[in-house]
Write a protein that binds this ligand. Structure first.
Ligand SMILES: [Zn+2]
Length: 78
């Protein structure tokens, strides 16, 4: 896993949608990459802010879209 892979999967990480193997790859990468640790912390804060400001029944798709809008994801692979 590289930094780009992690950025694409970190959202799924927070929604428990990753397989055990993917989780292990993320933890391994985070352990050795300070930049991605910061990225992870940033996303955690954004997600918490979105949840706090949203109706409880907001569908995951809405949260996902707002998260992506909050980040500069233009360089992410399609
Ligand atoms: Zn990284």
């Amino acid at each position: 896993m590289n930094c780009g892979d992690l950025r694409q999967k970190i959202y799924l990480f927070y929604y428990g949608e990753l397989s055990a193997g993917e989780l292990e790859e993320i933890y391994l990468h985070l352990a050795e990459c300070d930049h991605c640790q910061e990225e992870k912390n940033l996303i955690a804060r954004i997600l918490q802010t979105l949840k706090d400001g949203m109706a409880e029944e907001a569908p995951p798709e809405t949260i996902r879209r707002r998260l992506y809008e909050s980040l500069d994801v233009s360089q992410l692979g399609k």
